[in-house]
Design a protein around this ligand. Structure first.
Ligand code: HMG
Ligand code: MG
Length: 320
């Protein structure tokens, strides 16, 4: 056990966990897409720069979706060039269709993400299409993106429960995951969009995915903390061998098209746990917390993250 330092957890490793975890930071996209007020483009760019400065190397920057559907991200064309040259940082962007991919390619994006749903209700609410119609829309996008040498992630929302349909059968999730991998996606992010998953359910889904030939190395997890389960579910996924975890700085976000989608797992809460377990993330918790305190000031309300609240007094924001 190492000596406790102010603002840092004591380090006590546990067996059966990875040495390193890649955090896929979704705050600027998943977090800000859900804000009532529109955040100025320059504030978003500064948010991305500060996250990079805190050591995050994968930062989902924005979405190339229809601006009427997500007005908060309508400035994607203005924002992306302000941040795209950050050294050592991947900046994936969401693209639902060929039009979105064209917009992203025109600005030099190198990583894109499509976003499917395991349920019909959310697919229709989010994409105006059934699950299979959405898969048919993604197929040419993924194939073109791969031809252009891009890294392609796919989200899969509602992997555990759905606000309209209730519990989501595991085989339904596995089928869509298989289709997404078969069309060429490099990575799948399993979304617990409304935060209802519990650890046994997570373990069962990961096991069934492996049995269907989906390798653990291609899986990331995307938990929401609605019922306080996000970290426990993450730990189960790490024990299963998952090494990519999505999180949102300060716990920002939800989803504008899902009733009851509250905050994403806060990146600070995740880093506190991983650091305590001796798992390397490359993230400086003090700088990250200072970033979320700064962003909370811009949004006019405190961060919901427990760790940000606990550390806010110790974080030293950079001088303005
Ligand atoms: P649609 O109305 O069916 O689109 O929407 P369409 O193909 O019929 O086209 C209608 C019009 O939209 C046309 O313009 C197109 O050009 C335009 P018009 O001819 O009428 O002037 N259009 C576009 N404009 C800009 N960019 C585009 C684009 N595509 C078409 N890419 C569409 C279909 C997919 C576009 C729409 O449903 C949409 O934009 N949805 C996005 C919803 C969204 O972004 N949701 C949040 C992300 S998902 C999430 O947060 C969950 C996640 O975090 C994981 C989790 O927690 O579960 C990922
Ligand atoms: Mg989310």
């Amino acid at each position: 056990m190492s000596t406790p330092e102010l603002g840092l957890p004591m380090v006590v490793p546990a067996p059966g966990l990875p040495a390193r975890v890649r955090i896929h930071e979704v705050g600027p996209r998943d977090g800000l897409q859900n804000e009532k007020a529109t955040v100025p483009t320059e504030v978003k760019a500064e948010f991305v720069r500060r996250l990079a400065d805190a050591g995050l190397t994968t930062i989902e920057a924005t979405s190339f979706v229809h601006p009427k559907w997500v007005p908060q991200l309508a400035d994607a064309e203005a924002l992306f060039p302000l941040v795209r040259d950050l050294p050592g940082v991947h900046l994936p962007v969401l693209v639902p269709n060929a039009h979105g991919l064209d917009r992203a390619l025109a600005l030099g994006a190198t990583r894109v993400a499509v976003f499917a749903s395991a349920t019909q209700s959310f697919s229709k609410a989010n994409l105006n299409r059934t699950v299979d119609e959405a898969l048919a829309m993604f197929e040419p996008v993924v194939s073109q993106a791969k031809k252009d040498g891009l890294h392609v992630r796919s989200y899969l929302s509602m992997c555990f429960g759905d606000p309209w349909e209730g519990a989501v059968p595991v085989h339904q999730v596995v089928r869509v995951c298989r289709s997404l991998l078969d069309m060429g996606c490099d990575e799948l992010s399993l979304g617990d969009t409304i935060g209802v998953a519990t650890p046994g359910h997570v373990r069962e889904l990961l096991t069934e995915l492996n049995e269907a030939g989906v390798p653990t190395g291609s899986i990331g997890v995307h938990f929401h903390d609605t019922y306080g389960q996000a970290l426990t579910n993450t730990l189960v996924a790490l024990q299963h061998g998952v090494t990519t975890v999505d999180a949102s700085a300060g716990g920002l976000g939800g989803c504008p098209y899902a009733k009851s989608a509250t905050g994403n797992l806060a990146t600070e809460d995740l880093v506190w746990m991983l650091q305590g377990l001796g798992i390397d993330t490359g993230v400086d918790l003090g700088r990250l917390t200072a970033t979320s305190v700064w962003m909370a000031g811009r949004l006019g309300r405190p961060s919901p993250s427990r760790t940000v609240k606990a550390l806010a007094g110790t974080a030293q924001p950079p001088k303005e």
